[in-house]
Ligand binder design. Sequence first.
Ligand SMILES: [Zn+2]
Length: 353
Amino acid sequence: MDPKSYERYSRQILFGEIGEAGQQRLLDSSVVIVGCGALGTALANLLVRAGVGKLRIVDRDFVEPSNLQRQTLFEESDAQEALPKAVAAERRLRAINSGVSVEGIVADVSSKNAEELLRGFPLILDGTDNFETRFLLNDVAIHLNVPWIYAAVVASYGVTMTVRPGVTACLACALESSGAPEGENGVSSAAPPGAEDTCDTVGVLGAAAGVISSIQAAAAIKLLVGKAESAGGRLISFDVWSGRFQSVRVAKNPDCRACVRHEFRYLEGDAQPHLTMCGRDSVQIHERGRQLDLAALGRRIAPTVAEVRENGFLLRFRVPPYEMTVFADGRAIIKGTRDTSVARSLYARYIGT
Ligand SMILES: [Zn+2]
């Protein structure tokens, strides 16, 4: 290792479980983070500072003022410019550590593109906010035979679990075998999806995301430096308000749909992702494979809509009481409704079919 790297990572190298050999493994490693919210930003910050060689971060959303309380890579100017989170995060992470190859991708991870976006990385990290995507990550990780680390946080509470295909229980072992569907934020397991507490109904503390993302980052580093033997298979939960901590071993389900029977329901697209986003009053429309000229579209619709803004990554405008945000790949987020038919009709009217 060159002297500059040695100096930079010296306090981590001094930690006996990592050492110089472990640090070199980190520098040679790569990770992909799906979702760039409270967990994803904190996780990316820790791993880029720790010196992972390459980090890809994928997110479908843009920065809003209500993100700033907990999403630690973003600044007020990012929200003012409505920058895509993946773009804002990439800029910030490159400034934090120019020695790490950072790649931000503005995309919605779905059954159609998941393998393409996640393949080639030895570790997949969950920074998402919904259980549909988490089960998709679980399917992809088992299919590609790479570990992934689940995490979720809501209010003052969060959970995380490292899944190593073929070694530990998977997310489906933990959540499907009991027959208990998981909540929209993937935290609770008692109520049906949609009837759940989410960040948008009961809030979320930055401190809770900080704790869970730190546990997740430590688990990631453990795997990347080759100390996997002690990792995984435990559902760890922490509540920063009550101070309650739990670490429960999750048994493998001998008849698991995902890790035993290899029925990749989410990857095969049998379970279509919801169009409605995490607890927000928003619907996302997927229109893959079409490239939009956002500037031209903005000029075309300007006479009929309000507050048209375009920043090179997305086009946003208002059709009161709705707000539409359109990405260059044809994807759109319609705020102000949870009704997919309303969203589809707005999309057809302003973007086209
Ligand atoms: Zn399983």
